[in-house]
Design a protein around this ligand. Structure first.
Ligand code: NDP
Length: 478
């Protein structure tokens, strides 16, 4: 099987290092080899990105960038099916979702194309005569973008779209578990007409290739999405050179259901919050806080809705839950469930599925009832289809439980009482709060974490802040 090549300076390049082999998580069969980028490969990619930055891209006009970005968005939309197939084979996301993800990535890019020629500074009032004081927004430079495997196409775009709009150049390092989709996007960018070196992709491992990119002195900024522990390592390494960083990390989000909510809608929402993508989502609503007065009735409805999920071959359009990404992830999820049995009750799922699915890494919707917030199942990010249900007696208690977490990525409240909805939204310490909804992500809205869930925001005009430097110009007029 031929290994992937890097994409550097506008062309595919053989790597100089070893390769890693991957299996399809739905059936355990080999799907290909990934080239592991060496320090030399990272050097070549950073050099190409620097040359492209200095040779004109950083001073390109916003309208030129907008046109290129719109062209790339069209190519991604045209190739959505191929990109979806690559993600599904690599990491097991059901094809309906991976297709939607690719189309969403195209929309996300279109949204930021609209910003490319609208990044402006300010004129600053000065308490003195004959002075003009204004600001300029300039691209940061060469951005190292490191992404995880769980939503490879859309997370690639969460980085590329604002970075390109602002005039940066990029070296992308996808996860070794989902490389081929992001690599294809780099190839499509060349076809769209981006100058060589504006978007490069070096494939490989995190500890080797990723760490070399973070430590590279030619990189001005690291934009990272992944686990909180990796985020800490990256922040420490990048901090040595005072590189700019933005970090999108893990979560353990609380989904609060009040007794007055539309319980059927809330039950469907609670399942989608944690079972979609087999719970392999940073925003998963993995702590389900339910008002005690309706706890039993509500959990009954959740159980009925969860049993309706179609688990199986991710290539079927009707499949809602595919496999977990790897044997390692399967072992990890099952270990959390085993530990939860000591003190809580597993009322659904929690086991590896057999039969036709026995060769893949499948776990169905898993419900843990009678959990307490101090249990591991409620404190740590599992990244599997496992929800820990915890009863509460008052809104104050629900908010206290929600905030009693090292994380602060997202949360939700289900209620028909407007006052409760806004009160909870204000009091939860997290970057995104949904009311009577879950999972929706809007390209124009800020997205990111409080506390151990990250630093900085993606989405909307907020993302442009982390991909630009602001310069002040003070002019003494005669
Ligand atoms: P990891 O942190 O293991 O990996 C993320 C990326 O970092 C991968 O490309 C990985 O490469 C790379 N990497 C690993 N170690 C290093 C290192 N020392 N230096 C540089 N790069 C490194 O996370 P996962 O891929 O397992 O993704 C799951 C995590 O991502 C979850 O915690 C999830 O919550 C978080 N996430 C956060 C989101 C957010 O927006 N807040 C969105 C989606 C996911 P490789 O895989 O090749 O080892």
């Amino acid at each position: 099987m031929t290994a992937t090549k890097h994409f550097i300076g506008g062309e595919s390049r053989e790597g100089s290092g070893e390769t890693l082999s991957n299996v399809n998580p739905a059936n355990g069969k080999p799907i290909g080899e990934i080239t592991v980028g060496t320090r030399d490969d990272v050097d070549a990619a950073v050099d190409a990105a620097r040359r492209a930055f200095d040779d004109g891209w950083s001073e390109s006009s916003g309208s030129e960038r907008r046109k290129l970005m719109l062209r790339l968005a069209s190519l991604i939309a045209e190739e959505a099916q191929t990109l979806a197939q690559l993600s599904t084979d690599d990491m097991g996301m059901p094809i309906g979702f991976s297709w939607g993800e690719a189309l969403f990535a195209a929309e996300y890019l279109e949204y930021f194309a609209g910003w490319a020629d609208k990044i402006t500074g300010d004129v600053v009032p000065v308490p003195a005569p004959n002075v003009l004081d204004y600001t300029l927004r300039e691209p940061v430079g060469v951005v190292g973008a490191i992404i995880p495997w769980n939503a490879p196409i859309s997370i690639t775009m969460f980085k590329l779209a604002p970075a390109l709009a602002a005039g940066n150049t990029i070296v992308l390092k996808p996860s070794e578990l989902a490389t081929r989709g992001p690599l294809r996007i780099a190839e499509l960018a060349a076809r769209a007409g981006f100058p060589p070196g504006v978007l490069n992709c070096v494939t490989g491992s995190g500890a080797g290739t990723g760490a070399a990119l973070v430590a590279h002195p030619g990189v001005d900024k690291i934009s990272f999405t992944g686990g909180t522990e990796t985020g800490r390592l990256i922040a420490a390494s990048a901090g040595r050179d005072l590189k700019r960083i933005s970090l999108e990390l893990g979560g353990k989000s609380a989904n609060i259901v009040c007794a007055d909510a539309d319980l059927d809608a809330a039950a469907a929402g609670a399942c989608a919050a944690v079972f979609v993508m087999s719970g392999q989502q940073c925003i998963a609503g993995s702590r389900l806080l339910v008002e005690r007065a309706v706890y039993d009735e509500f959990m009954g409805r959740v159980s009925v809705a969860a049993r309706g999920y179609v688990v199986g071959d991710p290539l079927q359009m009707t499949t809602q839950l595919g496999p977990l990404v790897s044997q390692r992830q399967l072992d990890r999820v099952l270990a959390y469930v085993a530990e939860a049995r000591d003190g809580a009750t597993i009322t659904l799922g929690g086991e590896r599925l057999g039969g036709d699915l026995a060769d893949g890494f499948f776990v169905g919707p898993t419900i843990v009832t009678g959990a307490r917030n101090d249990m591991k199942v409620a404190r740590e990010e599992i990244f599997g289809p496992v929800v820990a249900a915890i009863p509460f007696d008052s809104l104050d208690e629900a908010v206290a439980i929600a905030n009693d977490s090292p994380y602060g990525l997202a949360g939700a409240v289900w209620t028909n009482d407007l006052s409760k909805a806004h009160t909870v939204a204000r009091r939860i310490k997290a970057g995104t709060i949904w009311v009577n909804s879950y999972l929706a992500i809007n390209p124009g809205a800020p997205f990111g974490g409080f506390k151990a869930s990250g630093i900085g925001r993606e989405g909307g005009k907020h993302a442009l802040d982390v991909y630009t430097e602001t310069k002040n110009v003070y002019v003494q007029l005669r």
